[in-house]
Design a protein around this ligand. Sequence first.
Ligand SMILES: *[C@@H]1O[C@H](CO)[C@@H](O)[C@H](O)[C@H]1NC(C)=O
Ligand SMILES: *[C@@H]1O[C@H](CO)[C@@H](O)[C@H](O)[C@H]1NC(C)=O
Ligand SMILES: *[C@@H]1O[C@H](CO)[C@@H](O)[C@H](O)[C@H]1NC(C)=O
Ligand SMILES: *[C@@H]1O[C@H](CO)[C@@H](O)[C@H](O)[C@H]1NC(C)=O
Ligand SMILES: *[C@@H]1O[C@H](CO)[C@@H](O)[C@H](O)[C@H]1NC(C)=O
Ligand SMILES: *[C@@H]1O[C@H](CO)[C@@H](O)[C@H](O)[C@H]1NC(C)=O
Ligand SMILES: *[C@@H]1O[C@H](CO)[C@@H](O)[C@H](O)[C@H]1NC(C)=O
Ligand SMILES: *[C@@H]1O[C@H](CO)[C@@H](O)[C@H](O)[C@H]1NC(C)=O
Ligand SMILES: *[C@@H]1O[C@H](CO)[C@@H](O)[C@H](O)[C@H]1NC(C)=O
Ligand SMILES: *[C@@H]1O[C@H](CO)[C@@H](O)[C@H](O)[C@H]1NC(C)=O
Ligand SMILES: *[C@@H]1O[C@H](CO)[C@@H](O)[C@H](O)[C@H]1NC(C)=O
Ligand SMILES: *[C@@H]1O[C@H](CO)[C@@H](O)[C@H](O)[C@H]1NC(C)=O
Length: 644
Amino acid sequence: MFPTFSFCLSLLFTLNFIQNTITSTLALGNETDNSALLKFKDAISNDPNGILVSWNGSTHYCTWHGITCGHKHQRVTQLNLDGYNLHGFISPHVGNLSFLRHLNLANNSFSGNIPQELGQLFRLQTLLINNNSMTGEIPTNLSSCSDLEDLYLTKNHLIGKIPIGISSLHKLRILWISNNKLTGRIPPVIGNLSSLIGLVIGSNHLEGDIPQEICNLKNLVMIEVVENRLYGTFPSCLYNMSSLTIISAGINDFNGSLPPNMFNSLFNLKKFTIGGNRFSGTIPISIANASALQNLELAQNHLVGQVPSLGKLHDLQLLNLQLNNLGDNSTKDLEFLKSLTNCSKLQMISISYNNFGGNLPNFVGNLPTQLRKLFLGDNQISGKIPAELGNLIGLILLTLDNNYFEGVIPTTFGKLDKMQNLNLNGNKLSGEVPPIIGNLSQLYYLNIRDNMLEGNIPPSIGNCKKLQYLDLSQNNLRGTIPLEIFGLSSLLLNLSKNSLSGSLPREVGKLISINGLDVSENHLSGDIPRTIGECIALEYLVLQGNSFNGTIPSSLDSLKGLRYLDMSRNRLSGPIPNVIQNITFLEYLNVSFNMLEGEVPIEGVFGNVSRLAVTGNNKLCGGISELHLQPCPVKETRNSILIH
Ligand SMILES: *[C@@H]1O[C@H](CO)[C@@H](O)[C@H](O)[C@H]1NC(C)=O
Ligand SMILES: *[C@@H]1O[C@H](CO)[C@@H](O)[C@H](O)[C@H]1NC(C)=O
Ligand SMILES: *[C@@H]1O[C@H](CO)[C@@H](O)[C@H](O)[C@H]1NC(C)=O
Ligand SMILES: *[C@@H]1O[C@H](CO)[C@@H](O)[C@H](O)[C@H]1NC(C)=O
Ligand SMILES: *[C@@H]1O[C@H](CO)[C@@H](O)[C@H](O)[C@H]1NC(C)=O
Ligand SMILES: *[C@@H]1O[C@H](CO)[C@@H](O)[C@H](O)[C@H]1NC(C)=O
Ligand SMILES: *[C@@H]1O[C@H](CO)[C@@H](O)[C@H](O)[C@H]1NC(C)=O
Ligand SMILES: *[C@@H]1O[C@H](CO)[C@@H](O)[C@H](O)[C@H]1NC(C)=O
Ligand SMILES: *[C@@H]1O[C@H](CO)[C@@H](O)[C@H](O)[C@H]1NC(C)=O
Ligand SMILES: *[C@@H]1O[C@H](CO)[C@@H](O)[C@H](O)[C@H]1NC(C)=O
Ligand SMILES: *[C@@H]1O[C@H](CO)[C@@H](O)[C@H](O)[C@H]1NC(C)=O
Ligand SMILES: *[C@@H]1O[C@H](CO)[C@@H](O)[C@H](O)[C@H]1NC(C)=O
C-alpha cells in the first residue's frame, strides 16, 4: 500500500509550508526577548573573550552564545554565561525574559545591584550569580520567584539581612549565600523552606543563634555557617536530623557542651567541624555512632577529659582536636590512639596544644601507613620516642615539639623518606643527631632546637637538598660546622647556643638565598669571612658570643637587605667600616665588647642611639654625642687618608 504520487506531492507542499512558517518566526523572533537580550548586552562594558559577538541581528537570538530557547515557543529558557570574565552590571531588562528558567552568570565580574526585576521571572528555577562583585542587598522581590530551587549568590559583596520574604520559596533546595557581608540574624522563617537541603551562609557577619525553626527542615543535608558571629548552643533537634551529612560551624562564638547522645542519630554525618568556638565539656562517647564521619574538627574550643574510642569511624580521614584542654596529663590519655589504628583512611591527626600526658605508646606505629600528618606537639608527653613511629612511612609532617620526650632520636626515622617537616624541638632528647637524617631527601623544615643533643652535626645533613629551615640551636653540639651545610639552599640556619668550634668557613658565601644566619653563643674563632658579603639575601646575621677575631669585613655593605647585625662579645679589632652606614635597612647593630678602635660613623644606623650598641670597646671615639665616647684625636690629613 504505497501512497499515490499526488498525495506525496501535497505532503511535500505542506512540509514546505510549515518549514517556511517556522523560519519566518525564527527570523522575527519574539521582540520582547530580543530587545531584553540586547539591553542585557548593552549593560556589559567589557567582554574580553568576545562571547557576545554572536549577539547581533544577523541571526535569531536562540542561536546566540549562551542562549537556550524552548522548542515550541522559541522563548529564552536558559541564559548561561558562566566564567567569561564579563564586566558590567546586570540589566533590569533581564526581568522581561519571562520564560527564563535558568540564569547562570557565575564566575564573572558583574557589579552593581541584583535587579529587583528578577522577581518578575516567576518560572525561574536556578539563579547563579556566585563569584561576582555584586553589591547592595539581596532583592526582596526574589520572593516572587516561586519556582526557585537553587539560589547561589556566594562570593559577592552583598550587605543587609537575609530577606524574610525568601520564606515563601517553598521549592528552594539550595540557599548558597556565603562569602558576603550579610548582617542580622538567621531569620526564623528559614524554617518555612521545607524543601531546603543545603544552607550555606558562612563567611558573613551574621549574629545571633541558629533558630529552633531549623528543626522543621526535614530534608536538610548540609548546614554551613562558618566564620560568622553566631553564638548560643545548637538547637538539639539538629542531632535528630539523620539526613545531615555536613555540619560546619567553625569560627563563631557557639558555647555549651556537646550532649552525650548527640551522635546517636547522625548516621550520615561526614563532616562535623566546630573549631574555633567556645564549646566545653567532653567529647561524647556517642561519637562512635557517627560512623560515616570523614572529617572531625573540634579544634580550639574548651573541651576537656579523655578522648573516647574512635575506632568505629572507619571512614575518618581528618581528626583535629588541637588547642583544647583534652587529657589529664596521665598515662591513660593516649589510649584512644589505639582505636585509631582501625581507621585505615586517616590522613591527618592533630592533638597538639592539649594536656595529654604519659608516654607515647608503641602502638602509634600501627596507625595507617598513609597517614600524612601527625601533630603531637605542645602536650605533656614524656618517655622515649617509640621506634615504631618509623613505620609510618607516609608521614610528610611530624610534630613532637614542646613535650618531655627523652632518649635518642630513633634511627628508624631514616625510613620516613617522604618527611618534609619534622619538629622535635623543646624536649629532653639526648645522644647524637642520627646520620640517617640524611635519608630524608624531601625534608624542608627540621627543628631540633632546645634539647640535650651532643656530638657533631652529621655531614649527611647535606643530603637533605630541599632543607630550607634548619634549627639545631640550644643543644650541646660540638666539633666544626660541616661544609656540607653550606651546600644547602637554606633560608634560615640556626646553630646558636651550642659548643661548635673552628671557623665559620668561607663556604658560607654559597648560601646566596639565606635570610637568617645565627651561629651566636658558640666557640667559633678566626675571621668573619669576607665571603659573607655574597649572602645577598641576608636580613639577620647573628654572630655574638664567639671568639671571632680580625676586622669587620667591609664586604658587609653588599648585604643590601640586612636589618639585624649582632657581632658583640667577640675579639674583633680594627675600625668599624664606614660602609656600614650605607646599609639602608639596618635597624640594629651591636658591636659591643670587642676590641674595635677608631672613629664611630654617624650616618645610617649610627645616627640613632636606640639602634646601636658600641660599649665595651675602649678605643672607639667620636660618633653621635649620645654615645658619650671620647672625641677622636684631630688627625693630620695624611693620617686620615691612611685610616679610610
Ligand atoms: C512575545 O512575547 C510577549 C510576551 O509573552 C507577547 O506579548 C508578544 O506577543 C510576543 N511577540 C511575538 C512576536 O511573538
Ligand atoms: C554576528 O554573529 C555572527 C555569528 O552568529 C558572526 O559570525 C558575525 O561576525 C557577527 N557580526 C558582527 C557584525 O559582529
Ligand atoms: C522591559 O524591562 C524594562 C526594565 O524593567 C521596562 O522598562 C520595559 O518596559 C520592559 N519592556 C517590555 C517590552 O516589557
Ligand atoms: C571565580 O571565578 C574565577 C574566574 O572565572 C575563577 O578563576 C575562580 O576559580 C572562581 N572562584 C570560585 C571560588 O568559584
Ligand atoms: C564557577 O567556577 C568554579 C571554579 O572554576 C566551578 O567549579 C563552578 O562550577 C563554576 N560555576 C558555578 C555556577 O559555580
Ligand atoms: C517588586 O515587587 C513588588 C511587589 O510585587 C512590585 O510592586 C514591584 O513592581 C516589583 N519591582 C520590580 C522592579 O519588579
Ligand atoms: C511560615 O510557616 C508558618 C507555618 O506553616 C506560617 O504560619 C507562617 O505564616 C509562615 N511564615 C512565612 C513568613 O511564610
Ligand atoms: C530526638 O529523637 C528522640 C527519639 O527519636 C526523641 O526522643 C527526642 O525528643 C528528639 N529530640 C528532639 C530535640 O527532637
Ligand atoms: C554561653 O554564652 C552566653 C553568653 O553569650 C552565656 O549567657 C551562657 O551562659 C553560655 N552558656 C554556657 C553553657 O556556657
Ligand atoms: C604532668 O605530669 C608530669 C608527670 O607526672 C609532671 O612532672 C608534670 O609536672 C605534669 N605537668 C603539669 C602541667 O601538670
Ligand atoms: C685570630 O685567632 C687565630 C687563632 O684562633 C690566630 O691564629 C690569628 O692570628 C688571629 N688573628 C688575628 C688577626 O688576631
Ligand atoms: C654611601 O652612599 C653615599 C650616597 O648614597 C655615597 O656617596 C658613598 O660613596 C657611599 N659610601 C660608601 C663607602 O660606599
